[in-house]
Design a protein around this ligand. Structure first.
Ligand SMILES: Cc1ncc(COP(=O)(O)O)c(C=O)c1O
Length: 379
């Protein structure tokens, strides 16, 4: 083994995510938006929320948006509106944030996992057929890290079994599959505006988007205690309303999203130009027809934990999304899964590492990160 270069302590830290840099660029617009809501004294289900619903629906190329308190709620209410009940089964990938599974569990339904493709980290459509049963009621696909799942074979499978498809679009707002926006491909989609997302609020917020007027109307009822008119409820519902301050902030940020998305894509291209074709290292290389929005720039290496330490010693931030696949979570111990059940998800959980990625990242920072990764891999 060659001598590994030693870290230099004079380096400026490079965080994995820097929200302060974004705020510095737009703080005037944000403060004005918040001030205007405060002056209006209308805080819940008002003008800003309604405008955001229209703007996000337009951005996602669908007819309806329903503002909600979180992305998790969007998944729960989408499943509920598609008729998922206690005891039903829902197909989903095991390699995702736990919310994808816990939304299913929140309704008393059972998550049934189908493994991922190792090159994309998204659900492998060829795994669905063997997992479907007479109790299956829906499919959730996750566009992980900002890369669309391979929707055509998934939609074909779902059509054949008359199952609704819900897109977990928490990480991929703005992405495209064969020219069409994620969020417009299934029966309904969830969007998360968690602060770290590509379009992040200053607290929790989410939205359901759909082309179905009926489904949108149902979710509007469910988000507000099942009320069909004032103080008249037709079924048990939730309080999952989007607040006006978050909506106003998101409307400001939505205007910048296309530029931020281009910046992320350009940073990803710079990383990939340096990291592609190196033995032992797999950068994200989307296939033809898959437009990635790089919520995360996630590479794969066998000695992942050692690489993460190596970067940390050089003051370079990185993150592991996600170290424990859902089928091995204590939450799902009762499902009886064991290591080896979903080989590709388990290997990904051991090998993925997300490098610094945010729109304000600078070329010299990308070069420093990529050089450190290369030094490690070649050592
Ligand atoms: C893939 C995925 N699904 C669902 C969620 C849940 O969204 P939220 O945190 O807004 O409830 C998140 C984000 O946290 C996510 O990354």
């Amino acid at each position: 083994m060659n001598a590994t270069p030693q870290p230099t302590s004079t380096f400026e830290p490079i965080p994995q995510l820097d929200l302060a840099a974004q705020f510095a660029a737009i703080s005037g617009e944000i403060r004005a938006a918040i001030e205007s809501v405060v002056a209006s004294q209308q805080f819940v289900l008002g003008r800003e929320g309604a405008a955001l619903e229209e703007e996000i629906a337009r951005f996602c190329e669908v007819s309806h948006g329903v503002g909600l308190a979180s992305g998790t709620d969007a998944l729960i209410l989408a499943l509920r509106s598609c008729g998922v009940r206690p005891g039903d089964e829902v197909l989903l990938p095991p390699f995702t944030f736990v919310a994808t599974g816990s939304a299913v569990s929140a309704l008393g339904a059972k998550p049934v996992f189908a493994d991922i493709r190792p090159g994309t980290y998204n659900i492998d459509p060829s795994q669905l057929e063997r997992r479907v049963t007479s109790r299956t009621r829906a499919v959730i696909v996750v566009h992980l890290y900002g890369l669309p799942a391979d929707m055509d074979p998934i939609l074909e499978f779902a059509r054949a079994h008359r199952l609704p498809v819900i897109e977990d679009n928490a990480q991929a707002i703005g992405a495209r599959y064969k020219g069409r926006r994620t969020g417009s491909l299934g029966d309904a989609a969830c969007i998360s505006f968690y602060p770290t997302k590509n379009l992040g609020a200053y607290g929790d917020a989410g939205m359901l988007v759909t082309n179905s007027a009926e489904l949108a109307a149902r979710v509007k009822t469910l988000r507000n205690h099942g009320q069909i008119s004032k103080y008249v409820s037709s079924e048990p519902g939730w309080n999952s309303r989007l607040d006006e301050i978050q909506a106003a902030i998101l409307r400001v940020k939505l205007r910048h999203l296309p530029d931020w998305q281009r910046a992320r894509q350009s940073h990803a291209a710079e990383y990939t130009a340096k990291l592609n074709g190196i033995p032992g290292l797999m950068p994200p290389v989307p296939g033809e027809g898959f437009e990635h929005v790089f919520h995360q720039y996630t590479i794969r290496v066998e000695r992942r934990d050692a690489l993460q330490n190596y970067l940390a010693e050089r003051k370079i931030g990185s993150a592991v999304y996600y170290p424990v696949p859902l089928h091995l979570q204590p939450l799902y111990a009762s499902l009886g899964h064991k290591p080896g059940d979903f080989h590709h998800a388990e290997r990904a959980a051991q090998e993925v590492l997300s490098l610094p990625m945010f729109p304000e990242l600078r070329t010299e920072q990308i070069v420093r990160v990529a050089d450190a990764v290369l030094e490690f891999v070649k050592s």
